[in-house]
Design a protein around this ligand. Structure first.
Ligand code: CMC
Length: 426
C-alpha cells in the first residue's frame, strides 16, 4: 500500500521532511518546522480566497462540484426537495439525523411558537427609512435581536444554544415580513400558528383584510422547496463568515448578522437580484447575442447567475429550481423574462467561452424569476436566500463550537509594507 505521507526537500537547507497525509490533506502547521535559518518563523502557505485550503472538518454538507452532487448529511438534495420540508431539513442539518415523527412535531411546534418578536422591536424597524434595503435591515435586525436575549452569550450551554437556534429560525420570517410591510406602509401582519413555516411567511408578507390568510398550496410548497435548496452549501463566503466570527465565541445573533452581511454581496446571495437587473437590461430575446458578446469581450460584464467556485457542472439546485419555476408559473402566469433567461442559457451552454470555463447556471439564475412571479419585490430576493440559510449557518456554527480542532480564526499574512523606519519630525 502507498505510504500516506509527503516527502519534501527544502532546497534552501537541503533538509528532507516527511509530512503525514490524512483525508487527502496535509496540515499547514506541519510546514512550520521547515525553517531557512534558526530565527525563521517557518514555512507558511499563501492561499488568498481559500482556493485550496480546508478550514474545517465538517459532517454537514457534501458537494462534488465536478459531478454536480449536493447532499445534506448524506441525503441527496433531489430527494430532500421532493420528499422533505424545510423545517425537517433544518432539523437534519442541525442534528445530523432526520427527526422521528414525534421529534418533528415538537420541532415544528417550537419554531411556530417562537415566531413573535418583542413589541419593542417594532420601534427599531420603524427607525429605518422607507427605502432602506431589506438586506441592510436584516443584517442590523439580527444583531439587534440578540440584545433581547442576554443569555445567548452562554454558547456552551446546550439548552441555551438550542433556544437561540429555535428563536433565530422562527423570528427571521417575522422580521423579514415586518420590514416589507413597513416599506410599503401596510400594517404588520402577525404570525399565524395554524400555518406552515413558508405559509406563515407568505401570510406576514401578503395578508390584507381577510380574517384568515390562506396561502396558495402550490406557492407554499414551491417556497418550501426553495428554502430546502438554499439551507446549506458547505464553506461558502457567508458560512465562512459565520464560523470565523463565531470562533470569537460571540453570541449567535451577532455571528448570523455577520454571515447575512456576507450574503448581501452581488457575488454571493445578491446574485439573484442581479440576474433580474441583467434580464431587464437585456430587454428582449433578440438582444441576447449582443449581450453574450459583451460578456465574452471581458468588459467587466458577467453573466449573472452563471459560474460557481465549486460546481464545474450544472448546479443541481438550478435543475430543481427550473422545475419549480414551471409549477409556479402555472399558478402565477409565465414570467416574461423567462424567455430571455432560456435563450441566455441555451447560447451559453453551447458557446466555447462558457464551455471551456465550465460555466453553468447556478442556484440564482432562475430563483429570482420565481420570486418575481410570486410578487416578492426584487430587493427582497437575497432575504429569501438568507431565511433558510440561517439553519445552515447555525448548524455550521454549532459544529465549529464543538470541534476540538477549532480556535479563534486568525489567518497569517505576508507583510509587504515598509521596513522599520524612524518617525521623521521632531
Ligand atoms: N460570466 C462570465 N465569465 C465568468 C463568469 C460569469 N458569470 N463567472 C466566471 N467567469 C470567467 C472569469 O472571467 C474567468 O475567466 P478567465 O479565466 O478568462 O479570467 C473564469 O470564468 C473563472 O472565473 P473566476 O472569477 O476566477 O471564478 P471564481 O470561482 O472566483 O468565481 C463566481 C465564482 C460565482 C464568483 C463567478 O462565477 C461569478 O462572478 N458569477 C456571477 C455571480 C453569481 O452568479 N454568483 C452566484 C454564485 S452561486 C450562489 C451563491 O454563492 O450565493
Amino acid at each position: 500500500m502507498a505510504t500516506q505521507s509527503l516527502t519534501i526537500t527544502d532546497n534552501r537547507t537541503g533538509k528532507t521532511y516527511e509530512i503525514p497525509i490524512s483525508e487527502g490533506t496535509i496540515k499547514a502547521t506541519d510546514l512550520r518546522q521547515m525553517k531557512a535559518s534558526e530565527d525563521d518563523f517557518g514555512l507558511m502557505t499563501y492561499d488568498p480566497a481559500f482556493m485550496n485550503t480546508a478550514s474545517c472538518r465538517s459532517a454537514i454538507t457534501f458537494i462534488d462540484g465536478d459531478k454536480g452532487i449536493l447532499e445534506y448529511r448524506g441525503y441527496p438534495i433531489e430527494q430532500l426537495a421532493e420528499k422533505s420540508t424545510y423545517l425537517e431539513t433544518a432539523y437534519l442539518l442541525l442534528n445530523g439525523e432526520l427527526p422521528s415523527k414525534k421529534e418533528l412535531e415538537t420541532w415544528e411546534y417550537d419554531i411556530t411558537h417562537h415566531t413573535i418578536v418583542n413589541e419593542n422591536f417594532r420601534k427599531l424597524l420603524e427607525g429605518f427609512r422607507f427605502n432602506a434595503h431589506p438586506m441592510g435591515r436584516l443584517v442590523s435586525s439580527m444583531a439587534a435581536l440578540g440584545t433581547f436575549y442576554p443569555e445567548a452569550k452562554e454558547i456552551f450551554d446546550p439548552a441555551v444554544r438550542k433556544k437561540q437556534i429555535i428563536r433565530i429560525i422562527a423570528k427571521v420570517i417575522t422580521i423579514a415580513g415586518f420590514h416589507y410591510r413597513h416599506t410599503i406602509g401596510m400594517p404588520y401582519a402577525y404570525p399565524d400558528n395554524d400555518l406552515s413555516y413558508p405559509g406563515n411567511f407568505l401570510n406576514m408578507m401578503f395578508k390584507m383584510t381577510e380574517t384568515k390568510y390562506k396561502p396558495n398550496p402550490a406557492l407554499e410548497r414551491a417556497l418550501d422547496v426553495l428554502f430546502i435548496l438554499h439551507a446549506d452549501h458547505e464553506q461558502n463566503c457567508s458560512t465562512n463568515a459565520m464560523r470565523a466570527v463565531g470562533s470569537s465565541q460571540v453570541d449567535p445573533y451577532s455571528a448570523v448578522a455577520a454571515a447575512a452581511a456576507a450574503l448581501y454581496g452581488p457575488l454571493h446571495g445578491g446574485a439573484n437580484e442581479a440576474v433580474i437587473h441583467m434580464l431587464n437590461e437585456i430587454g428582449s430575446v433578440k438582444n441576447v447575442p449582443d449581450f453574450i458578446k459583451k460578456v465574452k469581450a471581458g468588459e467587466g460584464v458577467r453573466l449573472m447567475g452563471f459560474g460557481h467556485r465549486v460546481y464545474k457542472n450544472y448546479d443541481p439546485r438550478a435543475k430543481i429550481i427550473k422545475q419549480v419555476a414551471d409549477e409556479v408559473f402555472e399558478v402565477t402566469g409565465r414570467n416574461p423574462l423567462l424567455d430571455i433567461a432560456l435563450e441566455l442559457e441555451k447560447i451559453a451552454l453551447s458557446d466555447d467561452y462558457f464551455v471551456k470555463r465550465k460555466l453553468y447556471p447556478n442556484v440564482d439564475f432562475y430563483s429570482g424569476l420565481i420570486y418575481q412571479a410570486m410578487r416578492i419585490p426584487m430587493e427582497m430576493f437575497t432575504v429569501l436566500f438568507a431565511i433558510p440559510r440561517v439553519s445552515g449557518w447555525l448548524a455550521q456554527w454549532q459544529e465549529m463550537l464543538l470541534d476540538p480542532d477549532q480556535k479563534i480564526a486568525r489567518p497569517r499574512q505576508i507583510f509587504t509594507g515598509p521596513e522599520r523606519r524612524d518617525y521623521p519630525r521632531g
